[in-house]
Design a binder for this molecule. Structure first.
Ligand code: DX5
Ligand code: ZN
Length: 215
């Protein structure tokens, strides 16, 4: 059974507390919070202040996905805001290993996200130090895009590397996850499914989460 992480990027920000309550009352496991700076990705979402408000309502694990340049400048702010897992992008970090050390030293779990064009092999020398690999299955920046099918092969390759080295790293898939493709993504080896539009644009989000959980 996969971990389900609804992405609040697709929530209604006028009723954020209501949407947090919905996730609290559902079978979802994590909250997925997408932070965008308008530089690393062509969109701006929210920062530590909103994460802190969400943390007050959220009764589940807070998974914060930083799509920002120079994430080291904000690591402590997100820790203070309530982040439990902090994911940074490989493509946004000049000193990725140092960034991971910083996240760990603050007592959070650490994740590394890679864009669709980045091979999973480039994670080789950081894999033993992290808790989550976030494979982007769309180009980051927006919710509601289509799943890039080639991601399935990347999941299989990464899963094999993790197994062969006997590591304890979760594979998280972010972007374009639907009720139609969730099963094949889990079968390929995913441990965590992020779902934005599929959950929040559904007429019955609680039921949709339950269905995602059932694959
Ligand atoms: C995209 C974000 C995703 C996004 C997923 O840059 O990282 O977390 O919210 O949204 P859906 O599930 O709608 O593709
Ligand atoms: Zn995300």
């Amino acid at each position: 059974m996969a971990i389900i992480a609804p992405s609040l990027l697709s929530a209604n920000f006028l009723h954020l507390e209501k949407d947090c309550e919905m996730i609290n009352n559902s079978k979802a496991d994590w909250f997925h919070l997408d932070v965008m700076d308008g530089k690393f990705v062509p969109n701006i979402s929210f920062g530590p202040m909103i994460v802190e408000f969400i943390a007050k309502s959220a009764k589940k694990y807070l998974d914060v996905h930083l799509m920002i340049e120079e994430p080291e400048k904000y690591t402590e702010a997100f820790k203070n805001a309530g982040a439990q897992n902090l994911t940074v992008h490989l493509e946004a970090c000049k000193h990725l290993h140092r960034n991971i050390q910083q996240i760990k030293a603050l007592g959070m779990n650490a994740g590394v996200a890679i864009n669709p064009h980045t091979p999973v092999e480039s994670l080789k020398d950081i894999l033993a130090d992290i808790d989550v690999v976030c494979l982007m299955s769309v180009n980051p920046g927006f919710g509601g895009q289509s799943f890039i099918p080639q991601t399935l092969e990347k999941i299989r390759t990464l899963k094999a590397i993790i197994k062969q080295r006997n590591l304890n790293v979760k594979i998280e898939i972010d972007g374009g996850v639907t009720l139609e493709n969730a099963k094949s993504i889990i079968e390929a080896g995913a441990d965590v499914l992020v779902a934005g539009n599929t959950v929040f644009k559904s007429t019955d989000p609680i039921e949709t989460i339950l269905q995602l959980k059932s694959f």
